[in-house]
Design a protein around this ligand. Structure first.
Ligand code: PLZ
Length: 446
C-alpha cells in the first residue's frame, strides 16, 4: 500500500517547546499506565518518522542522531522496507517456523551466512532480540565445546535477560538488585586505549593472563566480545587486541563470539566491525540494523558448531517471524543498492573532523573515537585527571533535545556522547544537527 500523505521534509522544525503540550499530556498518561522501570530519555511522543526526522505529537520535527540506538541505519520508514513489511503482512504474519517453515527465514539465514566474515561453511538461526541472540550463542558454544566458562570484558553490554545481565558489566541501571546472576561467567580487562595506554598486544596479554590464572584455558567455552563496545562507550580496542584474542581461542579450543548487535550492518563502514581487523569469529550475533526496526536477531556460526545442537534444542515461538524477515531482506538490499558502507565512511569523516576540532578548542573533550557512523566523544573534567564528566554529557543531551536534536549518551561512566545517525542522512541535516551539538558543547563545556 502506498503512503499518500506528504513526505516529511528532512529539516528541523521547532513548533512548541520540546516536549510540547500534547506530549506532556501523553506523558502524564504514560506515568499513570507504564511501569516506572521503563524510562524515556526525551518524552516527545512520535507520530511519524521518515529518513532522519522524527515528527512529534506537537508538530515538532526532530533530527535523529541516534537511530533508535543504532537500528534504523537505512533511515526511518524506508519506502522499500515499509512496502516489504506491508506485502508480507498481507501474505501471512505467522506460522511458527518450528511448525511449518517459510522461504523468508532461510533467505535471511543465507544472507547472514554470506555477509558475515569467514569463508568457512556456516549456519544461522533467528530470534527476536539482541539479548536472545547472545543467550543462544552462549548455549550453543557450551554445548559444542562441552565446556562452561564464558569470558566477557570490562564495559561489556550484552542484554538484560538473566544470562545476559550476568554478561553485562555495568550494575546500575542494568543489574542492580536483579540478581542472583548466572554462574560460570568471568570478566577480564578490556583494551581501552584512551584510559590504559596499552598496545593491542599488551592489553591482550593482560586479559589472557587473567583467563589462564583465574579460569584455566581448558575450561573456556567461549570468549565473548563486542568488536567495538557500544553501551560501554564506543570503545575501539587497540589494533591487534581482537586478533590476539582470536588466536588464543583457536590455540586453546575455545570459541570466539563477536557480539555485533550494535556494530553490525554497515554501521562502521563494513558489513561487520570484525572486518576492520580481518578476524573471522566462530559465532556472530546480529540484531538492530538488520531489519530497520522490526524485531529480529541472528546467530551465525561455523556449520559444525551450529549443527552440534540436537534437533529442537533451540528455537522459540516468534523467532524469524515472516514480517521481520521480509523487513530484513529489504533492509539488506537497500544497504547493498545504496552502498551504505561507503556512506558510513563519509559520515565518519564529517563527524570526526568536526568533533576533533572541538577537542582542540575544549579541554572537556577527552577523546574522539569510533568507526563509520559509530562515533563518540568522551567528556572529562578539565586538567589531566581524565575524570569522567557524566553531568556534562547529561546537560548536553538535554540541551540538544530542547533544540530538536536527539543525541544519546553512553559509557560505563555515563560521560560519552555517541553519534549513530542513519547511514542515509542528508549531509546538510547532519551538519545542522552537529551545529546544535557543537553549540551545546561549547556553551556547557567551556
Ligand atoms: N548486544 C552489543 O548493544 C543492545 C540497549 C539499550 P536487545 N544495546 C542497546 C538498553 O538500555 O536496553 C545490545 C547491544 C549489544 C546486545 C544487546 C541487546 O540487544 O535487542 O536490546 O536485547
Amino acid at each position: 500500500m502506498a503512503d499518500t500523505r506528504s513526505p516529511i521534509e528532512q529539516r528541523r522544525i521547532l513548533n512548541t517547546a520540546i516536549p510540547g503540550p500534547r506530549s506532556l499530556a501523553l506523558n502524564a498518561r504514560r506515568t499513570a499506565a507504564v511501569s516506572a522501570g521503563v524510562s524515556a530519555q526525551l518524552p516527545a511522543f512520535i507520530e511519524r518518522a521518515q529518513g532522519s526526522v522524527l515528527l512529534d505529537a506537537d508538530g515538532n520535527q526532530l533530527i535523529d542522531l541516534g537511530s533508535g540506538i543504532a537500528v534504523t541505519g537505512v533511515g526511518h520508514s524506508h519506502p522499500k522496507v515499509s512496502a516489504a513489511i506491508a506485502a508480507q503482512a498481507y501474505d501471512f504474519v505467522h506460522t511458527c517456523v518450528m511448525v511449518t517453515p517459510y522461504e523468508e527465514y532461510l533467505a535471511v539465514c543465507e544472507e547472514l551466512n554470506h555477509l558475515t566474515p569467514g569463508s568457512f561453511e556456516k549456519r544461522s538461526m533467528l530470534v527476536n532480540s539482541g539479548a536472545e541472540a547472545v543467550e543462544n550463542a552462549v548455549k550453543i558454544a557450551r554445548l559444542a565445546t562441552g565446556r562452561q566458562a564464558i569470558i566477557v570484558f570490562e564495559n561489556a553490554y550484552h542484554g538484560r535477560t538473566n544470562l545476559t545481565m550476568a554478561l553485562t558489566a555495568k550494575n546500575n541501571p542494568y543489574k542492580d538488585h536483579f540478581g542472583p546472576f548466572a554462574p560460570e561467567i568471568y570478566r577480564v580487562p578490556m583494551s581501552y586505549p584512551y584510559r590504559d595506554g596499552l598496545s593491542g598486544a599488551e592489553a591482550a596479554a593482560r586479559a589472557i593472563s587473567q583467563i589462564e590464572i583465574l579460569v584455566g584455558a581448558s575450561n573456556v567455552a567461549a570468549v565473548l566480545i563486542e568488536p567495538i563496545q557500544g553501551e560501554g562507550g564506543f570503545i575501539v580496542p587497540a589494533e591487534g587486541f581482537l586478533t590476539a584474542m582470536t588466536t588464543w581461542c583457536s590455540d586453546h579450543g575455545a570459541l570466539f563470539i563477536a557480539d555485533e548487535v550494535q556494530s553490525g550492518f554497515c554501521r562502521t563502514g563494513q558489513w561487520f566491525a570484525s572486518e576492520h581487523e580481518e578476524i573471522a569469529p566462530d559465532i556472530i550475533t546480529t540484531a538492530k540494523g538488520i531489519a530497520a526496526g522490526m524485531p529480529i536477531a541472528g546467530v551465525t556460526g561455523r556449520a559444525e558448531i551450529m549443527n552440534a545442537v540436537h534437533p529442537g534444542g533451540v528455537g522459540g515461538t516468534y523467532g524469524g517471524n515472516p514480517v521481520a524477515c521480509a523487513a530484513a531482506l529489504a533492509t539488506i538490499n537497500v544497504m547493498r543498492d545504496e552502498n551504505l558502507n561507503a556512506k558510513a565512511l563519509v559520515i565518519e569523516e564529517v563527524l570526526t573532523t568536526r568533533l576533533a576540532k572541538l577537542g582542540i578548542d575544549l579541554e572537556c573533550v577527552g577523546d574522539v573515537r569510533g568507526r563509520g557512523a559509530m562515533v563518540a566523544v568522551e567528556l572529562v573534567k578539565p586538567g589531566d585527571s581524565k575524570e569522567p564528566d557524566a553531568a556534562l554529557a547529561k546537560a548536553i543531551v538535554a540541551s540538544c533535545a530542547e533544540q530538536g536534536v536527539v543525541v544519546l549518551s553512553t559509557g560505563t561512566f555515563g560521560n560519552v556522547l555517541r553519534f549513530l545517525p542513519a547511514l542515509t542522512i542528508e549531509e546538510n541535516l547532519l551538519s545542522e544537527g552537529l551545529d546544535v551539538v557543537e553549540e551545546a558543547v561549547r556553551t556547557l563545556g567551556a
